[in-house]
Design a protein around this ligand. Structure first.
Ligand SMILES: Nc1ncnc2c1ncn2[C@@H]1O[C@H](COP(=O)(O)OP(=O)(O)O)[C@@H](O)[C@H]1O
Ligand SMILES: [Mg+2]
Length: 538
């Protein structure tokens, strides 16, 4: 007596098929579970037998063998319980076999209730890809399954209900998704007075999905600005939302009966976070903050206070948009395409340039070096938030509302969507690199000449060159969708590199001036450029 059911295991943010095979044979009664189960999975033996008995069935005194195939994929957690239980009931002729192929996921309580599991959205997507038209999931995960078109979803509360659905006597459509509270509608950009350069930089960041670093003294409004970024971003497209929701589902972070994430994630971990907490890992491996921020914002306040190892671990996700989480058997890839927004003080006391500042040159250098060059190089915009006196604050203009900026950002993002039509998974200028960047940015010869000159003057790396070009593309997109990148766009873009430093000799490197790039940019602009005319390059 044998039964075989479709089930799934999670590998990173995707699901892989698992077949649950149940065999009942004569012999000494016993329950064997094989196929690389972890501790929680192997406990299914106890949960399943107890739940079946408490749901009112009497199992024959036989030897039960359950195999979870393929044997080389690790089976984690209790999500296989329901499939094992239904397989057992079918093999014992206690329920009729399913009419057609279906995939079954769910954990069982001892009383026979079906408890929620992680990853129902990617598992439902897998079912559709495999051509399995039906899935049975726990009631609390129903709305996740319902996101997938052309898939019949039954969202069950108990093992008894699941058995009836399985044999075709009952149908339990999922309940509608519960509304998510809308976030921080109260936080508006116009609350922040002054800081025009920062606001412009954040508008560019939002428009092209670029990462940004705000540098300034305490109380300048850096945290305030960063928390207003979600309000500048258009809502995610359906594809982006499905990607983000899949990660949250795998991480077990979706609430009960939650459907699609309707807002882009905003994650702001504390600086004491571990490497695994930030980039993912642990045992069993879980997505880190970089993946939870996928298609949204990762805000790292007080950047130099983060552990060195944690900051360095950001390199791969920042560069590749995905992160490899190493496991006992191979590595799982998790998506991590986020906008990094970081904030830091210019020196340990925070008041560099002010008579209050007591920091020595050495202390300043040490503080700056906590954020390594390779990390700074991967942040597209570096901007300074100047100190504001309380008396000045009141007199400062409020500037544009978040809604006004969001409208401009939405237009620029739409241009990018058109531009990247033929490139699946690419939605924003920040994702461009290499040849695609050079071709799609469409820089005029003037713009290229200015860029080459700035590279030389500032001693920029090849990576920094690409960052400036991408940024200039976004500046042009915000400039009424200018089809080509012009010199003026490059000149604006290069100013957002205030922490770039030329390679210094060994002797007494000065503390890099955060005005360096701006001074050099101004030198490169002839006097008439302020009128908006394209400067000539000599
Ligand atoms: N530019 C600004 N406009 C309005 N309020 C400000 C501004 N800068 C600072 N504040 C006030 O100071 C408080 C601290 O600002 P915060 O963003 O935490 O500064 P930072 O992160 O730069 O140290 C804010 O809650 C706000 O009340
Ligand atoms: Mg702050």
């Amino acid at each position: 007596m044998h039964a075989s059911l479709h089930c799934a295991a999670l590998l990173g943010a995707t699901a892989v098929p698992v077949s649950v095979q149940v065999d009942l044979a004569r012999g000494l009664p016993g329950f064997f579970l094989v196929g690389l189960p972890d501790a929680a999975c192997i406990d299914a033996r106890v949960r399943v037998v107890t739940a079946v008995r408490n749901a009112g069935w009497e199992l024959p005194h036989k030897r039960v063998t359950v195999n979870l195939a393929p044997g080389d994929v690790r089976k984690e957690g209790a999500g296989f319980d329901l499939a094992i239980a239904l397989g057992l009931l079918q093999a014992a002729n206690l329920v009729a076999p399913a009419a057609g192929p279906m995939l079954v996921m769910g954990e069982l309580s001892l009383s026979g209730d079906v408890l929620p599991v992680r990853g129902v959205l990617p598992i439902s997507l897998l079912a559709r890809r495999m051509g399995i038209g039906r899935i049975i999931v726990p009631e609390l995960n129903g709305p996740e399954g319902a996101l997938v078109e052309d898939l019949r979803v039954d969202a069950v509360r108990t093992l008894a209900e699941a058995a009836q659905v399985f044999s075709g006597e009952l149908s339990v459509p999922p309940s509608p998704a519960e509304a998510q509270p809308s976030r921080d509608a109260m936080l508006d950009l116009s609350d922040v007075r002054g800081q025009e350069t920062c606001k412009r930089a954040l508008e560019i960041a939002a428009a092209g999905g670029h990462s940004a670093l705000l540098v300034g003294p305490p109380g300048a409004g850096k945290t305030m600005l960063a928390r207003r970024i979600p309000g500048l971003l258009p809502p995610p497209s359906f594809e982006e939302a499905v990607e983000a929701t899949s990660v949250w589902s795998v991480a077990g972070r979706l609430g009960a009966r939650q459907g699609l994430l309707t807002q882009r994630p905003f994650r702001a971990p504390h600086h004491t976070i571990s490497v695994a907490g930030l980039v993912g890992g642990g045992s069993p491996p879980r997505p880190g903050e970089v993946s939870l921020a996928h298609r949204g914002v990762l805000f790292l306040d007080e950047l130099p206070e983060f552990g060195r190892a944690a900051l360095e671990a950001l390199r791969q996700p920042l560069e590749d948009g995905e992160v490899a989480v190493v496991r006992a058997r191979g590595a799982a890839l998790l998506p991590s395409r986020f906008m990094l927004i970081a904030a830091m003080n210019p020196c340990p006391c925070g008041y560099e340039g002010d008579p209050r500042c007591q920091c020595t040159v050495l202390e300043k250098q040490r503080y700056r070096r906590r954020v390594s060059g390779p990390i700074l190089d991967r942040i597209d915009l570096h901007v300074e938030a100047g100190a504001l006196k309380p008396s000045e604050l009141a007199a400062m203009p409020a500037g544009d509302s978040s809604a006004a900026v969001r409208d401009r950002v939405a237009i620029a993002r739409e241009l990018q969507r058109q531009r990247f039509r033929a490139m699946p998974g690419v939605y924003a200028n920040a994702q461009l690199r290499g040849r695609a960047l050079r071709e799609l940015s469409r820089a005029s010869s003037d713009a290229r000449a200015v860029l080459a000159k700035m590279m030389e003057r500032l001693g920029l790396s090849a990576r920094a060159h690409d960052r400036v070009l991408k940024l200039a593309r976004t500046v042009a997109d915000l400039d009424d969708g200018h089809p080509t990148v012009e010199a003026k766009h490059v000149l604006e873009a290069v100013q957002y590199r205030c922490l770039d430093r030329p390679v210094q000799g060994r002797s007494a490197p000065p503390v890099p001036s955060i005005h360096l790039a701006r001074d050099a940019a101004l030198q490169a602009v002839p006097p008439d450029a302020s009128s908006g005319a394209i400067p000539e390059v000599t």
